[in-house]
Write a protein that binds this ligand. Structure first.
Ligand code: PA5
Length: 355
C-alpha cells in the first residue's frame, strides 16, 4: 500500500489545522448531547390533521433530513420530503409540518422557504445554531431547537439530526428511538477506535479506502432506502473534505442505466473506483444484483464493499456513514488538503451577497 503519510501524526496535525479529525472523533458524542438538549427544549409537533413533513435546508443542514427520511420513511405515519431550494412544493399548506434547518441560520434558500411555509399557514419548526433564522423564529414565536455552534455545518450532523428525529418520535409519528440511539452510540464508539488517526493504515479501514481512492474519482453505490442517505453523505463529504469530485447512485435503479456506462472506451474508467455500501437483511434480489454487478459488470472500476455494523437500522446507517466521515478527511489529507475550509462555497455566498 502507498505511504500517503496517514500514519504520520505530526504531518496530519499540521495539515488538518482546523481539526476536522477531532470533529469527526466527536460525532458519536453529539448524539447523547443532542438528545439531552432537545428534550430540555421540548419541541413537540402537532400531529392532528398532519399529512406531510418537509425538512427544508441545504448542504450540511439538509444531510440530517436525508438521514431522517432514509431511516424513518418505512415507519412514519406521514410521508417525509427533503426540500433543498427557495420554494416549497405546491402541496405545502396548513396540513404540512415544515422543519427549517440551518446551522448558520443565514442560508438564503432556507430563509425563503421558512417565510413561504409561514405564509402558507404550515406548522413551522426551526433547528438552528442562531443567525437570522433564530431571529425570525423568535419574532414569530415558532418552536425552535438551538444547537451548539462553532463547527462546520457538516461536522454538526448529530446536533442537527437528533432534534428532528426526536420531534417525530416524541410526537408519536415513529416508534420511540432511545434504544436505537444508545446502540448507535455504542457502535460508533467501537468504530472510532478502529477508524481514528492513532490506528495505523494496516488496521484502519478508512485509511485503507483513502489509499484505494487516492487519485481516483469515487462513485458510491448503495441501496434505495436506508443506505442511500449514507452514500450521498459519503459523496458530499468527499467533495468538501477532500476537494474531490464524487458521485452516488442506488440499486436497483443503477442496474437500469449506470452499469451501461462502465463500458466507455479510453482512459476514463481507469479513474473511477466504485465503493458499495451494504446494510444487513437486503432484499434477496438486491443482494444478487450487487453480486452480479460488482463481480461481472463494473470491471476494473469495482472497488471495495463496506458493510454496516450493528443491529438496528439507525446503528447500521450511522456505521456506514461514519466510515465515510473518516475516509473523506483522510483522502483530503492524503492530497495535502486541509479538510475544513470550503472556500468555493464561501466565495459563492459572498458573490451572491453583492446582489
Ligand atoms: O458544508 C457546508 O458548509 C455547506 O454545505 C452548508 O451546510 C450550506 O451552505 C448551508 O449552510 P447552513 O448549514 O449554515 O444552512
Amino acid at each position: 500500500m502507498r505511504d500517503l503519510y496517514l500514519d504520520d501524526p505530526v504531518r496530519l496535525r499540521e495539515t488538518d489545522s482546523s481539526d476536522m479529525l477531532g470533529a469527526i472523533y466527536g460525532l458519536p458524542d453529539q448524539l447523547p448531547a443532542a438528545l439531552a438538549y432537545t428534550r430540555t427544549q421540548g419541541v413537540r409537533l402537532r400531529t392532528e390533521g398532519l399529512l406531510q413533513i418537509v425538512i427544508t435546508g441545504l448542504g450540511g443542514s439538509a444531510a440530517g433530513g436525508d438521514l431522517l427520511r432514509g431511516y424513518a420513511a418505512a415507519a412514519c405515519k406521514v410521508p417525509i420530503f427533503v426540500n433543498r431550494q427557495y420554494e416549497l412544493p405546491a402541496f405545502v399548506g396548513p396540513a404540512t409540518c415544515v422543519i427549517a434547518v440551518s446551522y448558520s441560520g443565514n442560508t438564503e434558500e432556507t430563509l425563503a422557504a421558512y417565510e413561504e411555509a409561514r405564509a402558507r399557514g404550515a406548522q413551522t419548526v426551526v433547528i438552528t445554531g442562531g443567525g437570522e433564522l433564530l431571529r425570525l423564529a423568535e419574532r414569530d414565536s415558532v418552536p425552535h431547537v438551538v444547537v451548539p455552534t462553532g463547527l462546520q455545518p457538516r461536522a454538526a450532523l448529530g446536533y442537527l439530526f437528533v432534534p428532528a428525529l426526536l420531534m417525530l418520535a416524541d410526537s408519536g409519528l415513529i416508534p420511540e428511538v432511545d434504544e436505537e440511539l444508545s446502540e448507535t452510540v455504542e457502535v460508533l464508539h467501537r468504530l472510532r477506535g478502529l477508524l481514528a488517526p492513532d490506528t495505523p493504515t494496516a488496521h484502519n479501514p478508512a485509511k485503507q479506502i483513502a489509499c484505494h481512492l487516492h487519485g481516483k474519482i469515487p462513485v458510491i453505490h448503495s441501496t434505495a432506502g436506508l443506505t442511500e442517505a449514507a452514500a450521498y453523505r459519503w459523496k458530499t463529504q468527499i467533495n468538501e473534505n477532500a476537494n474531490s469530485p464524487a458521485y452516488a447512485h442506488v440499486y436497483p435503479e443503477l442496474n437500469h442505466n449506470e452499469i451501461v456506462g462502465f463500458d466507455v472506451p479510453g482512459a476514463a474508467l481507469e479513474l473511477i473506483r466504485v465503493i458499495t455500501l451494504r446494510a444487513r437483511d437486503l432484499h434477496p434480489r438486491i443482494g444478487k444484483r450487487i453480486e452480479i454487478t460488482t463481480q461481472e459488470l463494473l470491471g476494473p472500476c469495482n472497488g471495495v464493499e463496506v458493510r454496516a455494523e450493528g443491529e438496528s437500522p439507525l446503528a447500521q446507517l450511522f456505521s456506514l456513514l461514519y466510515v465515510g466521515e473518516y475516509l473523506s478527511a483522510y483522502l483530503g489529507l492524503s492530497y495535502g488538503i486541509d479538510p475544513t475550509p470550503v472556500q468555493k462555497i464561501e466565495q459563492l455566498k459572498r458573490r451572491l451577497a453583492e446582489g
